[in-house]
Design a protein around this ligand. Structure first.
Ligand SMILES: [Zn+2]
Length: 243
């Protein structure tokens, strides 16, 4: 671990909207910061975190093609693209959402940067597009899709986000049970408000305990596995701590 000086394996939160509340940055050892639009992408690039830029499917409606061009011009300073993807539950303009997502798929391929994906009720569609675009590294944030598709995702070497809301979202436990440790990334989606609970990176600590009991391995082994998954998803060792 390049410059990891802490005791034990680092605690990872692989999906945080850090630009919304930078005070969350000290709650875990490694944060992957995602963006929602051009403006937040610029903010994310200033954060002390692993940096994903992009346009969230919920923000596509207000975004312009010019925003896409500008985001592409910032890509050399970013580590990943996110939060990008499709959403068949809440997004009405599906055609525009698809056009934007396909632009990010092309960028992922062209610049060899991994994807931090939103795929709510569009799990299969997003997976098929990853295959079509020959995407090497992708992570399905807060996966709640079908379990047979989960097997295909893992078989492809992609990653599954297990969210800290698992203690209040029962169905997510089935996803954890079906996901091997080698494919798990831990996350909070902070500061998202889920059923009246504000999700924050600090909740990942408890999540590690839940994964540890489900998989029958120590918490230290869970943290180590998740960190190695993060390195494989990123395609490099992250810089941790320091300016
Ligand atoms: Zn998110």
């Amino acid at each position: 671990m390049l410059n990891w000086k802490g005791a034990g394996a680092p605690l990872v939160d692989a999906h945080v909207h850090l630009h919304e509340d930078p005070s969350m940055s000290n709650e875990v050892d490694v944060i992957v910061a995602v963006s929602d639009d051009l403006e937040s992408s610029k903010k994310t690039l200033e954060m002390n975190a692993i940096k994903c830029i992009g346009v969230h499917p919920w923000s596509v409606e207000e975004a312009s093609e010019k925003d896409l061009i500008e985001i592409e011009s910032l890509i050399e300073n970013a580590d990943c693209l996110g939060e990008v993807g499709l959403d068949n539950r809440y997004v009405r303009n599906k055609e525009k959402a698809r056009r934007f997502f396909e632009a990010f798929l092309r960028m992922s391929r062209e610049y060899d940067v991994p994807l931090n994906l939103h795929a709510l009720d569009a799990w299969r569609e997003v997976f098929d597009l990853l295959i079509k675009y020959d995407i090497k590294r992708a992570y399905f944030h807060w996966y709640n899709g079908p379990l047979d598709l989960l097997e295909e995702i893992v078989g492809q070497g992609y990653f599954i986000g297990i969210n800290a809301a698992i203690d209040i979202q029962r169905k997510h436990l089935k996803v954890l049970q079906a996901t091997p440790l080698k494919a798990i990334l831990t996350e909070s989606d902070g500061p998202y408000n889920y059923r009246g609970v504000v999700l924050r990176p600090s909740r990942v600590r408890k999540l590690i305990g839940i994964i540890s009991s489900d998989k029958g391995v120590s918490e230290e082994d869970v943290k180590n596995a998740v960190f190695l998954n993060l390195v494989r998803w990123l395609g490099k060792y992250p810089r941790i701590g320091g300016p």
